[in-house]
Ligand binder design. Structure first.
Ligand SMILES: [Zn+2]
Length: 165
């Protein structure tokens, strides 16, 4: 696992609540596979997209994922910018379907699947944030995170991928 120096820095350590685990991300295996494939196809750039589904209490039920353009074309592994037009189009499309946008996934090329301080700045409470680590073009670990109610730390979220693969 690649771990650039900055991931060991105080600033990166501080934004993760090591003691807290928050809810479950229930996601179909094929959605996870598609996230992996997109992350690999986009390498060495970051890719990002939306999680579609419902939220029940602390649990997210994900029925689909949708890629959205990353408007940030830098190679930095801790920067992505979801295309707002892409977001709004999907949001509109989902109205009345009973499903909604409940999270955002993105990749970390050659970096761990842990959030950066920049990720915290753009994170919304109540959303699930899976991060796909891609090492040398191959998808590695996927970890999921959510922001605490104070908005100052990420907590780990368990990923359940619907049993059979
Ligand atoms: Zn990130």
């Amino acid at each position: 696992m690649y771990e650039p120096e900055r991931f060991r820095s105080q600033a990166y350590q501080e934004i993760i609540d090591q003691s807290a685990v928050s809810g479950h991300l229930n996601i179909k295996q094929d959605c996870l596979e598609r996230m992996r494939k997109e992350a690999e196809a986009g390498y060495p750039l970051e890719v990002c997209g939306l999680l579609i589904g419902t939220v029940t209490g602390q649990d997210w039920q994900i029925s689909d994922i949708r890629p959205v353009a990353n408007l940030n074309r830098e190679r930095a592994a801790d920067r992505f910018a979801l295309d707002p037009a892409g977001y709004q189009a999907i949001d509109r499309e989902l109205r009345g379907t009973g499903s909604e946008i409940v999270g955002v996934y993105h990749s970390h090329p050659d970096c761990p699947a842990r959030p950066s301080p920049t990720d915290l700045e753009s994170a919304w409470e109540g959303f699930a944030y899976p991060i796909i680590s891609v090492c040398d073009g191959k998808a590695a670990e996927i970890l999921c995170w959510s922001v605490n109610s104070e908005g100052d730390r990420f907590c780990a979220v368990n990923i359940n991928h619907g049993g059979h693969s």
